[in-house]
Write a protein that binds this ligand. Structure first.
Ligand code: UT7
Length: 331
């Protein structure tokens, strides 16, 4: 028994923010951003929320799969930007979809989130515990971006993508995934204040400056870049070897959409034709956990994915974390 994707969906905010508009509030240019990243524009959530976009993406995925909301056993939401600390985004998505029989929780592995959630869903399905799982990646990164930091604010965008997996007879592909907490400071967004010894009790020092720190995302861009171009080809080779495949057996490599130069470098290191590495980061920027399912949905809806084709999905990002999965397209 394996989980086969039988429907996909995506939802991005209406508001488009292009590079020229960013150049009006930080010292940058359209040319610099395009040359260094490939990004031209991104979407910014205004009325949309992490859960509202995810629910719409999920609705589309269910519609394509012909699955009723009450048939879903589990909703797994990969997000680093839930609308609330609790309840989790997955519960809000459940309510919006009326997926009344689903157990719901969130998973935060930053830009590896969708990949890890997909692997988690596979584990539940192959164990026989659940049959039908909605996996979403959804982010409102614009709410945690430091819009004064030109090194990071140019990269990110908001959006959501979803895939519904159903238990079917088929091959169980061996996954690959890794984490390295030592690399945490390279890409970080502070949460509620954790400094000080007072635990934020009334009267303690830390209570004075309690509340969410508003530094937003901080990043050592070069370190993250070097990590990605080294570890992503490595983990793709690992997952191919584990499954007795070579890069030539793979029709599409669906990579987390962080930077065009990272994708190009991975293709080169794998000695694989760049045509098999689709990209849409020029339209959406880096949407973290949403980037893989948004791209998957785009490819699916354009009819580029054919039943029986083999895909590799690879995610990487804060943690540090990285992983890859092989799948056979089943729609
Ligand atoms: O999901 C994972 C998320 N993170 C990533 O994927 C990030 C990976 N890293 C990157 O994509 C790249 O490191 C960046 C695109 C962030 C930066 O590109 P870079 O080629 O590594 O540039 P850099 O940081 O080495 O900066 C080169 C120069 C610096 O100026 P000096 O010191 O040479 O005078 C920066 O201050 O470019 C400057 N710079 C900018 N200039 C114009 C940095 N950001 C900008 C900017 N516009 N937005």
């Amino acid at each position: 028994m394996t989980g086969v994707i039988c429907g996909t969906g995506a939802c991005v905010p209406d508001r488009i923010l292009d590079n020229n508009e960013i150049a009006q509030f930080v010292d940058t240019s359209d040319q610099w951003i395009q040359e260094r990243t490939g990004v031209i524009r991104r979407r910014i959530a205004q009325t949309e929320t992490t859960a509202s976009m995810a629910a719409e993406a999920g609705r589309q995925a269910l519609e394509e799969a012909g699955i009723r909301p009450e048939e879903i056993d589990m909703i797994l939401a990969a997000t680093a930007t839930p609308d609330h600390i609790f309840p989790c985004a997955a519960c809000e998505i459940q309510e919006r979809l009326q997926a009344v029989n689903a157990v719901c929780f969130d998973l935060n592995a930053a830009c590896s989130g969708f990949l890890f959630a997909y692997q988690t869903a596979q584990a539940y399905i192959t164990s026989g515990m659940y049959r039908t799982i909605l996996v979403v990646g959804s982010e409102s990164l614009s709410r945690i971006v430091n819009w004064e930091d030109r090194g990071t604010c140019i990269l990110f965008g908001d959006g959501s993508g979803a895939a519904v997996l159903r238990a079917k007879e088929g091959r169980n592909w061996i996954p690959a995934a890794h984490s390295d907490g030592k690399g945490g400071p390279a890409l970080l967004c502070p949460g509620p204040n954790v400094s000080g010894n007072g635990g934020n009790l009334p009267g303690s020092d830390s209570a004075e400056d309690s509340g969410l720190e508003r530094t937003g995302i901080t990043m050592d861009g070069k370190a993250v870049f070097q990590f990605a171009v080294r570890k992503v080809p490595e983990v793709i080779r690992e997952v191919l070897d584990a499954n007795g495949l070579s890069a030539d057996d793979i029709d599409w490599f669906i990579l987390h959409q962080a930077n065009r130069r990272i994708v190009e470098s991975v293709a080169k290191r794998l000695k694989t034709d760049i045509e098999r590495f689709p990209m849409n980061l020029q339209e959406y920027g880096n949407t973290s956990s949403a980037s893989i399912p948004i791209l998957l949905n785009e490819m699916n809806r354009k009819g580029l994915l054919k039943k029986g084709q083999k895909l590799v999905m690879a995610g990487f990002g804060a943690g540090l974390s990285w992983g890859a999965a092989v799948l056979e397209w089943g729609i």
